[in-house]
Every structure is written in C-alpha cells, then in structure tokens.
Design a protein around this ligand. Structure first.
Ligand code: GTP
Ligand code: SPV
Ligand code: MN
Length: 608
C-alpha cells in the first residue's frame, strides 16, 4: 500500500502543509495499516479504549468503584525509563556533555531509518497533536507525536492538552516538535497481537539541534509519552538555553499561611523522591493551606516585572503508585477515584487496583502485576515498585485555581533535594543565587525504581536533571548562573535544599515527612517574610531549634541533632567528592562553581 492510498491519511484535518508532509513521510517509512488523526474527543477516547480492551492491553476496573478507569500490565522488561538507551545526538559530542549518551547524528539517522522501516505494519498510526502548557499561553509550546500505540494516545490525552485544540493552535504554519514513537512490533498479515507489544531493543533518541524525538521499542512512561521527559525536559531544556528560560524537573506548589499570604514554591527532587507527594501536601499545621500547580515539570520565564513565572506544561499526573495511601497522600487517592489508567499495579479480586502501602492488611486474592496470583510469602511485591497512575490534574481536590493561568505563577522559592540517609540536613538555605546553583549542581541521591539504575546506590543528580538535560550540563549550570546574574537579585526566588530521608542507626526515617513537611515549608515561608531565624553553617543557613515549628512531633534531641546539625567532618568528606564530579565537565564547568567549592572548603576548615 502506498502512503497516499492509506486510509485516514487524507484528508488531513489541518492545512498545515509541513505537518501533513511530515505525517506522509513517516507513514511511508513506517508503513502502518491505517492512519488516525487524534481530535481528543470523548468519543475518540472511548473507541481507543474499546480497541485496547479487545487487545487485552487494558482491563476495565469495576465501574462503580472506579468509573472510567483501566489497568494495564506491561511486558516485564518494559517497566521504567531506560537511561542507558537514551541518546542526545547533537552534532558535536561535547554539546551532549559527559552526563548523556551521545551518538553521531548521521549514523543515528541511518540506524533509525532501518529500525523504523515498516515498524508499524499491521498497526494504526495515531497522529497526536498536543500542547505543553495551557493552550495559547506564551509559556506553552506545541508538539505532534506519531505513535502506533493506542495506550500512548490515550495516555497523551490525559497527560497533555491533546487533539483538535492543539491542532488549531498550530494553524497553517506553527512550530511544533515532531516526535515519532513506535513499539517496534510490526504485525504480519494474520499475526495475533500481544497485550503489551514492545521490542527487546530500545532507542530513545533526541536531536537537540533540529528539535526532534524518535523513540523505538518501549511502550512505557517517559520512554513513550514523548511530551513528558523527551520534549518538556530534554528538548525544552535546549530551547530554554537558546531562548533564555528554564525547563525543569520541578513540582509547583502554592502555600498560603494563616494570614492569607501566598507563596509559590518550585521543587526539584530526583525521580521517585517526593515531588508528587509535596505537590499534593496536606498540611498538618492549622491555618496553612497547600494547593497544587504541577507535580513533575516546570517551565519558567522572567516576566516584565522581573519575577520568575512558572507554568506546569502537563495536564495530568503520571505518579508512583506504591506508597500512596490515605495517610501519606489523600489528595492523590482522591485524584485517582475515576478516569485513571493504572500500569503495573496489582488487581484485587473485586476488580480494583492495589499496591504496597495502599492498605493493611494485604487483601486476599490479589493478582500481581505479572498477572499471577500474588503470594504474600514470596517476598515479591504485588505491584511493581515503579507502578504508576495517569490521572487528569483537574481531578486533584487541591488543584490551584491558577494552575492553567497562561501567565504562570511567580516563584518565591526554589527547593532542591534528594534521598539522603546521611549528611544532608532537613533544610538548608543558600547564601545567595550562586551558592544555590552550587547546591543544585551537587545534588546526590539514592537510586530509585523509576529508572533501570541500581536502587539505593548514591549518584549525582544535579538539579534532579541528570537523565533529562538535553545538552552539556556544564553549560546548563552556566545558564542558571547567567539568568541569575541578569536578574534583579531582590526579585529572584530564594534557594533551599531539603532532605526528608535522613535515617537513624536502625535505618528508620528520622523525619515523619509527608504532611509534616509543611513545618519546613513554614520555616521557608517565614524566611521569605524575614520572620524566621537561621544559623549560618559552612553548608548554608539552617533553622535554629526555636525557629522550626516542631510542636507535637515529639522528636528527641538526638533526632533533632541528626536533622539540623552540620557535621563538619562528614561534610569535608562530602565536599571532597565534588572535584571528581566537576572535573568530568572540564572547561565547560563554570569557574564560579569551582570558587563556590573552594569557599565551602574554607568555611569547613574554619570550624574544624
Ligand atoms: P517521579 O514521578 O518519579 O518524578 O517521582 P516523585 O518525585 O513525584 O516522587 P513521589 O512523590 O511519587 O514519591 C516517591 C516515593 O517517595 C513514594 O514511595 C513516597 O511514598 C515516598 N515519599 C514521598 N514523600 C516522602 C516523605 O516526605 N518522606 C518519606 N519517608 N517518603 C516520602
Ligand atoms: C520520572 O521518572 O521522573 C517520571 C516517570 O516522572 S517517567 O515519565 O517514566 O519519566
Ligand atoms: Mn518525574
């Protein structure tokens, strides 16, 4: 079949000639059985879902308990982002930097041509137009994902503003990021499909200069929903570098104090380190109110008034299920009450979903994420540790009224953080922007199940962007420094470092976390108002015992010492590990950060 006779290819529902030509070109390469342009309507979603149910990809959950919701079980080898298979194909390898996998763009294009040739045979090619950010906002940007996965099309419908509105915003000549995704599982004539088609080989490829994405072989999350990590972080970080803004792996939270004073806080924590939970925080302190603007990604730009404004480019939450419960995150539980797609959770005997941490005791008769009866004595979890939900953001009970404001929200504070059992205090305030950038650049965190790396092992994850920066991270640090230097210092967000994950000698968390994190946010908010005290330590400003509201927590003095005291010996060791990391960037590492490191060493020496 030639592309021009392909059902669905003509007439295209747009007069955007470049878009139509690109769709024709990809159809000619990938040779699908049919082409469907997504309009994002409710009827379309129903049809897509009916097809996925017929194929066994989705199972409908009990429509009374969880209306409009579905369960998917992935191939056991397709459960998380694949960082080792993720490539930044800049013309010059040095522009991808030491933290990314680089491949020669010409060789990669050759390889992709081979891989994508006929890769959609027997399948439908979905053309998925989407907007990252509110439709029509100056802070938003458009994309079109071509995919042969109905699951991806449905998920993009939850996670982005997908369909006719985005196509209309493109007009006849609008700019869009082209993103091609295939499961890499063509079907021969008469060949039966499997519930979760994918390929042993996976390639997640970005061309930063031409702003293109090509993804092969995976149907999962950040590998396949290309608006998310591939576009909104890797490609957008390059756009942001060139255009003077920031694309960050950050939640956005609105916090209002008992006097009615609102603050907007953006926070970058590595994958599976607490962004969704903090974004949906339920304050335990009376009179404090937290509202959600975004839970994973922030696009930020300086406004005419000199302040930094952020939008959440997404329209949904793709969150970690395990550990989510009424006690830890009631707002997430409420958000998931309907119209949600669950992937790799367990199934209950009565047609609902379950995961570790949701409830006690473990219900009888569970089917685990691999589709087998769950054996609680096996030591294996019923849900995959990276099991996720995809739910519309507007269903969140604490969604802020301004979450879709096209102007974004003005950021007052930026938090960095990681999962650190030792050394790093509960909260530290940076001395200034440059020191804050130094803090962000040296974030280290324990690995989690969100990617294929070893769980628990500490790795550097600067700005929580290690897997997501589309260019040389040395240049990325410089970009942060430049934006700060150009801005009015008084209007810059203040920078803080937090760590909810300190452990005691028994290996238990010292800080209660979750809703109690509002106590740290309260201190931050009072710092911004000039009301809370801090002590200067070599690593930054930490709360005095009196300035942190610890009423009713019953923390021992030992616990407080663990959380708030800076151990100069431990930190000398920490600081000693920075040069080896910085050296990997060679002369792309800004000199100011080396100076920050030297200054830290001097401050530590002075107290030792
Ligand atoms: P991604 O979606 O991968 O980017 O993850 P995330 O940063 O949004 O992490 P999320 O909020 O989903 O939390 C991941 C895990 O950390 C869950 O198992 C949570 O229960 C746990 N967690 C979150 N906040 C806290 C906290 O304050 N204390 C402790 N001890 N655990 C937490
Ligand atoms: C993360 O790993 O940071 C996620 C999940 O938010 S994914 O979309 O798979 O990247
Ligand atoms: Mn994330």
């Amino acid at each position: 079949m030639t592309s021009s006779s392909l059902p669905g290819l003509h007439p295209a529902p747009t007069r955007h000639a470049r878009l139509v030509a690109w769709v024709e070109q990809i159809a000619a390469l990938t040779k699908p059985a049919r082409v469907h342009w997504c309009d994002g309507s409710a009827e379309e979603k129903e049809t897509l879902i009916a097809d996925l149910v017929a194929r066994g990809t989705l199972t409908q959950l009990d429509p009374v308990k969880r209306p409009g919701s579905y369960h998917a079980a992935s191939d056991p080898k397709d459960v998380a982002r694949v960082e080792s298979r993720t490539f930044i194909c800049s013309d010059d390898a040095a522009d991808a930097g030491p933290t990314n996998n680089w491949a020669d763009p010409i060789e990669m294009r050759d390889r992709l041509d081979g891989l994508f040739d006929g890769c959609m045979a027997g399948r439908t090619m979905y053309v998925v137009p989407f907007s990252m950010g509110p439709l029509g906002s100056e802070l938003s940007a458009l994309g079109v994902e071509i995919t042969d996965s109905g699951y991806v099309a449905v998920s993009m419908g939850i996670m982005t503003r997908m369909g006719a509105g985005a196509l209309e915003a493109l007009g006849e000549d609008g700019t869009f990021v082209p993103a091609v995704h295939t499961l890499g599982a063509p079907l021969a004539e008469g060949q039966a499909d499997v519930p979760w088609p994918c390929n042993e080989q996976k390639w997640i490829v970005h061309f930063p200069e031409t702003r293109e994405i090509w993804s092969y072989g995976s149907g999962y999350g950040g590998n396949a929903l290309l608006g998310k990590k591939c576009y909104a972080l890797r490609i957008a970080s390059v756009m942001a570098r060139d255009e003077g803004w920031l694309a960050e792996h950050m939640l956005i939270l609105k916090l209002t104090d008992p006097k009615g004073r609102a603050k907007y806080i953006a926070a970058a924590f590595p994958s599976a380190c607490g962004k969704t939970n903090l974004a949906m925080l339920q304050p335990t302190l009376p009179g404090w109110k937290a509202e959600t603007v975004g839970d994973d990604i922030a696009w930020m730009r300086f406004g005419e008034d000199g302040r930094l404004y952020a939008v959440n480019p997404e329209a949904g939450f793709f969150g970690v299920a395990p550990g989510t419960s009424r006690n830890t995150n009631q707002n997430a539980i409420s958000t998931l009450a309907r119209d949600t797609v669950f992937t790799n959770t367990a199934l209950t005997a009565d047609g609902d979903v379950w995961w570790e941490g949701l409830s006690k005791p473990v219900p009888e008769g569970l089917t685990n994420w691999k589709g087998q009866p769950h054996d609680p004595t096996s030591g294996e979890p019923a849900a995959h540790p990276n099991a996720r939900f995809a739910a519309p953001a507007h269903q969140c009970p604490t969604i802020a009224p301004e979450w879709e404001d096209p102007r974004g929200v003005p950021i007052d504070a930026i938090l960095f953080g990681g999962r650190r059992a030792s050394a790093v205090p509960l909260v530290t305030e940076a001395f200034d922007w440059e020191h804050g950038v130094f803090m962000g650049s040296t974030v280290a965190s324990e690995g989690t199940a969100a990617a294929e790396n070893a769980v628990g092992e500490i790795r550097r994850d600067p700005f929580a962007m290690l897997p997501f920066c589309g260019y040389n991270m040395g240049d990325y640090f410089a970009h942060w420094l430049t934006l700060g230097a150009k801005a009015d210092a008084a209007k810059l967000p203040r920078i803080f470092f937090v760590n909810w994950f300190r452990k005691d000698q028994d290996g238990s968390f010292v800080w209660p976390g979750f809703g109690e994190n509002v106590r740290v946010l309260k201190w931050i908010s009072e710092r911004l108002e000039g009301e809370a005290e801090a002590v200067d330590t070599p690593v930054g400003r930490v709360p005095t015992r009196q300035s942190l509201d610890l009423d009713g927590l019953g923390l021992s003095e030992t616990a407080l010492a663990t959380l708030l005291d800076v151990d100069a010996e431990v930190w000398t060791e920490e600081a000693g590990m920075i040069p080896a990391f910085y050296e990997t960037f060679g002369d792309r590492l800004p000199k100011a950060l080396w100076s920050q490191h030297v200054a830290l060493t001097h401050r530590l020496d002075a107290v030792l």
